[in-house]
Write a protein that binds this ligand. Structure first.
Ligand SMILES: *Cc1c(COP(=O)(O)O)cnc(C)c1O
Length: 414
């Protein structure tokens, strides 16, 4: 494990906080669905001298000199992303998922254009047109919803698309657990003359690991984050069909960003390389198995599974209906038990986003640690005990000790 000697010697305050975080990650269970644990190789890349370098432009076409090695790593990242996802074009410069989406909108839309996106409380992301965001002020977002059984009614979506005549139809989600029908979605887009876009931020790793079907052959443009199931550095990625390549590259730089973060680009190349290995396929498969094992235990314990079931790496639970505990209390109590996850709004949640009716649970990070079905069962039971604790510190600290003991057998960085 990295001991960060230089930091320890030069800045004790900063080092102590880093040490605290390292211990927190080591001794607790990470169930936030958007988080994961990167490899030591990815950490090395992130801590490299590429953070020193300005590389505005693209390989072979940069504004500043000294680019012989930045060109190598960016080309490596691009080529690996293209192979990994079978994409015609890849842009690896977006600083995050939000900036990848912003760049995609900038590439495809003019102010005032209509976009169909998934409603936030039904699983969509803030960047898919939530009124508080800049894109929602520039473009006209119309949001579609899921049905009470957790699926999307594509006939309804088609009728909505026929009336609204969107320029862009956006699929993708942050807190939705069912598989989308990519063919049906893109055929609706074709029918109404819309560009089709999929934001696979959450499931990019599941797709790279071939545990879930790929949207890439179907959609005109696909955005992703590289730090969620894909298990790379924090960052964004845009894949698209060749006719959109120029517009996408121009929209990322100089459209919405300045110099790319080359240490992140190196770390992306490393993470894509890892995702191309057979072990990553095994990982993605295990993530699905673990999510199912967790769901089975919660179902046995009588919990209400939102959207009916899970078909990916995450699980939404209605804690109010299941145990009379709000999402906010559940999150706070579980924090005290050494289990981190997030409170989450449920479809058309009558409660607000700061104290919603449920929680979201993701298994990517615990699966990276090597945990399998028996551990998923134990974790579900701990969560149940915590929710039944009424927030009593004594009960939660007992759970915390048991959690810590399990974590000891699954070290993150040896
Ligand atoms: C996480 C996420 C994003 C935003 O990613 P950031 O890196 O946090 O900006 C965008 N879209 C979806 C669907 C996401 O889940």
């Amino acid at each position: 494990m990295n001991t960060y000697r230089s930091l320890r010697e030069s800045d004790k305050e900063a080092f102590d906080a880093l040490k605290g975080e390292m211990k927190r990650e080591e001794n607790g269970l990470e169930l936030i669905a958007s988080e994961n644990t990167v490899s030591p190789a990815v950490l090395d890349a992130l801590g490299s001298v590429f953070t020193n370098k300005y590389s505005e432009g693209y390989p072979g076409h940069r504004y500043y000199g000294g680019q012989e090695f930045t060109d190598i790593i960016e080309t490596l990242a691009i080529n690996r992303a293209k192979v990994l996802f079978g994409a015609e074009h890849a842009n690896v410069q977006p600083l995050s998922g939000a900036s990848a989406n912003l760049a995609a909108y900038a590439a495809l839309l003019a102010p005032g254009d209509t976009v169909l996106g998934m409603d936030l409380s039904h699983g969509g992301h803030l960047t898919h047109g939530h009124p508080v965001t800049l894109p929602a002020k520039v473009f006209r977002f119309v949001r579609y919803k899921t049905e009470p059984d957790g699926t999307i009614d594509y006939d309804k979506l088609e009728a909505l698309a026929m009336t609204e005549k969107p320029k862009l139809m956006l699929a993708g989600f942050s807190s939705y657990t069912r598989q989308l029908d990519y063919e049906r979605f893109t055929s609706i887009a074709k029918r109404v003359g819309a560009i089709s876009m999929m934001d696979m931020a959450h499931i990019a790793g599941m797709i790279a690991g071939q545990a879930l079907p790929s949207p890439v052959p179907h959609f005109d443009i696909v955005t992703a984050t590289t730090h969620k199931t894909l298990r790379g550095p924090r960052g964004g990625l845009i894949l698209c069909k060749e006719p959109f390549a120029k517009a996408v590259d121009k929209a990322v730089f100089p459209g919405v960003q300045g110099g790319p973060h080359m240490h992140m680009v190196l770390a992306k190349a490393v993470a894509f390389g890892e995702a191309l290995r057979p072990e990553f396929r095994e990982y993605a498969r295990q993530v699905l198995v673990n999510a199912k094992a967790m769901e089975a235990e919660f179902t046995a314990l009588g919990y209400e599974i939102v959207f009916g079931t899970t078909e990916n790496h995450m699980l939404l639970i209605d804690t109010v209906k299941s145990r009379g505990v709000t999402g906010k209390d559940a999150q706070a109590w579980l924090d005290l038990a050494g289990i981190s996850l997030n409170k989450n709004v449920l479809p058309d949640d009558p409660r607000g986003p700061m104290d919603p009716s449920g929680i979201r649970i993701g298994v990517p990070a615990v699966t990276t640690r090597g945990m399998k079905e028996p551990e998923m069962t134990r974790i579900a039971r701990w969560i149940d005990r915590a929710l039944l604790s009424g927030g009593k510190k004594r009960i939660l600290s007992v759970i915390r000790k048991e959690v810590k003991a399990l974590c000891k057998s699954f070290p993150i960085y040896r």
